[in-house]
Design a protein around this ligand. Sequence first.
Ligand code: HEC
Ligand code: HEC
Length: 194
Amino acid sequence: MSRNSIGRMLGAVALAVIPITCAPLHAQTIEEKTQVCAGCHGADGKPIDNTIPTIWGQQAGYLYIELRDFKRGDRKSDIMQPIASPLERQDMLDIAQYFSGKPWPDLGQPRAPKDVSARAVTASGSIGCTGCHLDHFQGDGTVPRLAGMDRDYLLKQMTDFRTRARGNNPGMSDLMLATSPDDIAALAAYLAGL
Ligand code: HEC
Ligand code: HEC
């Protein structure tokens, strides 16, 4: 073997070793992996604006499914897609577990007025929202908690399901298509104030 080819071989070995010595995501602690999230979802669990959902205290199964769907492109978001795409399955499971273990923050939103609540409760009853989102809209497993989520965020997501701009759960889209825009607005105000 010539000196040159040994040199090339060692070069190749060195290159092959780099990913192991740097071991990007796996060597990071969960705090390091989730540091970037705080910039938008809030260092104290309160999102920095009302286009961003609360992820502290959210159901772990749901958080995992959303990260997976952003990565796959099944749920479209120019912001979340590039953040989720480098994550491995185990990272997403760990991150989901980490955030679901945090306390749900109080965003201090007002209770909906009586007439708005009454309209929301009727709409919810006729669709059967709590059959999946459970009593007091606390969610479970892959079904999200809705109680105390930001009102504008809720309104946007329900509207996006309705137009299928959010297409990752056709079942939710069908339910929102069976709900009038006025009922959806009432539901957003009601759920935010729970
Ligand atoms: C630059 C701002 C930004 C950063 C950084 C960010 N997010 Fe998001 N995230 C958003 C926005 C905006 C949405 C809502 C997307 C939409 O409208 O569908 C979102 C949605 C989500 C959702 C869906 C929650 C739900 O209720 O549907 C999850 C889960 C999530 N982000 C997790 C994370 C995690 C984990 C990180 C860090 C690894 C992170 N995000 C970093 C802005 C951000
Ligand atoms: C058959 C079960 C089922 C019923 C009934 C149901 N949902 Fe859902 N809902 C889900 C699931 C599952 C998801 C998560 C979809 C996904 O993976 O993105 C969801 C997601 C949502 C979201 C998005 C939350 C977020 O953080 O982005 C909202 C808002 C919502 N539902 C509101 C409602 C309302 C209001 C009703 C009643 C009018 C209702 N749902 C009825 C199962 C259901």
